[in-house]
Ligand binder design. Structure first.
Ligand code: AMP
Length: 326
């Protein structure tokens, strides 16, 4: 059964990145780019909605199209330049400074989905203004005409502090929120992550993933209170070059796995703790590839077989051997 369709919404960007291990200038980046490249590894039909400017080269468009990404919703605005982001990482790669954010064409972007995107089953909302995220959701009828089957969403501290009400409105329409630990604390006003998760799950998303950089990720899901909690490790890598895009790659891998399960199990997959736990492992495994090279360089070439091998390594990493209780 082919996976359900997945709509990746976010930025397509130029990034300039500095890490202790090197630098790269104006390379292809953006949340929608990473989401799409990750989700295509799972075989999901990926549709991309974003805007680029007059300076965006055709070679990037062709490269994404060659990966099978549907680009009917990639708008080129001839009146401005592409979104640009620059960041610098410290030795502790969990910390980065944003050196520049030039919104450029993103400042006036109003997404208008092509009619062929409206039946998307899974919507993956990359980090964007929550008003725009909401406007995208308004345009998705989903496969049955009753809206998308699954909405997975990212956000960041900027939106949490500057437009909390708009974010609250969007969160009411989100099934799975994926944020990092600092964002979870800020959004909930609660320093303890377990209590933060309870509060955030009260805001709309019944499933919450809290990413903790090189310390892995926590999943909170289930109907009851307390939630079912699952802890996934991060893969211990010897060579990490650039963490940029790890969060978005996680999002695309997580949503891509659920697009597969949705096709097989129907909507029950979205509440199934096993499917959700597997989705966290798939997201973590794909994120462990992207950090091995600058920008999305490594992600282009990741195959389903590479992913399967890394998932097996994840299993090795944290399986508790039998006999402990004997
Ligand atoms: P991540 O490392 O997963 O948080 O994502 C990094 C990507 O997010 C980069 O490729 C940037 O182009 C993009 N990005 C950075 N800041 C923003 C922003 N304010 N809004 C949307 N995308 C952003």
């Amino acid at each position: 059964m082919p996976p359900s369709s997945l709509l990746a919404v976010g930025t397509v960007a130029f990034d300039s990145i500095e890490t202790p291990f090197g630098r790269a200038e104006r390379i292809l980046g953006g949340s929608a780019t990473y989401i799409a490249l990750a989700a295509r590894v799972l075989g999901a039909p990926v549709r991309l909605s974003a805007v680029v400017g007059r300076d965006f080269p055709d070679r990037h468009v062709n490269a994404l199209a060659n990966q099978g990404v549907d680009l009917d919703g990639l708008v080129r605005d001839p009146d401005g330049d592409t979104f640009f982001w620059a960041g610098r990482y410290h030795y502790d790669l969990n910390n980065r400074d944003t050196l520049a954010t030039h919104l450029n064409v993103l400042a006036t972007f109003k997404p208008r989905l092509p009619p062929t995107y409206r039946d998307s089953a899974v919507v993956c909302l990359g980090n964007l203004d929550p008003v725009i995220q909401g406007e995208v959701l308004d345009q998705v009828d989903g496969p049955e005409g009753a809206g998308p089957a699954l909405v997975v969403c990212d956000t960041m501290n900027y939106w949490i502090s500057s437009v909390p009400e708009a974010l609250a409105q969007t969160l009411r329409r989100v099934d799975v929120l994926v944020v990092n630990d600092a964002e979870a604390r800020e959004l909930s006003g609660e320093p303890n992550l377990v209590r933060a998760a309870r509060r955030i799950r009260g805001m709309g998303p019944k499933t919450l993933v809290i990413k903790k950089g090189e310390h892995g990720a926590l999943l909170f899901c289930g109907e009851g209170d307390p939630a079912t909690v699952f802890s996934a490790p991060a893969f211990p890598l010897e060579d990490i070059h650039d963490p940029t895009g790890a969060g978005d790659t996680f999002l695309g891998g997580f949503a891509g796995h659920l697009a597969r399960r949705l096709a097989v199990m129907g909507p029950a997959a979205l509440r199934d703790p096993e499917a959700l736990k597997h989705a966290v492992i798939v997201g973590s495994a794909l994120a462990s590839f992207v950090v091995e090279a600058f920008g999305p360089d490594r992600l282009w070439a990741v195959s389903p077989a590479d992913l399967a091998a890394r998932v097996a390594a994840f299993r090795q990493l944290s399986t508790i051997p039998d006999g402990l209780e004997d």
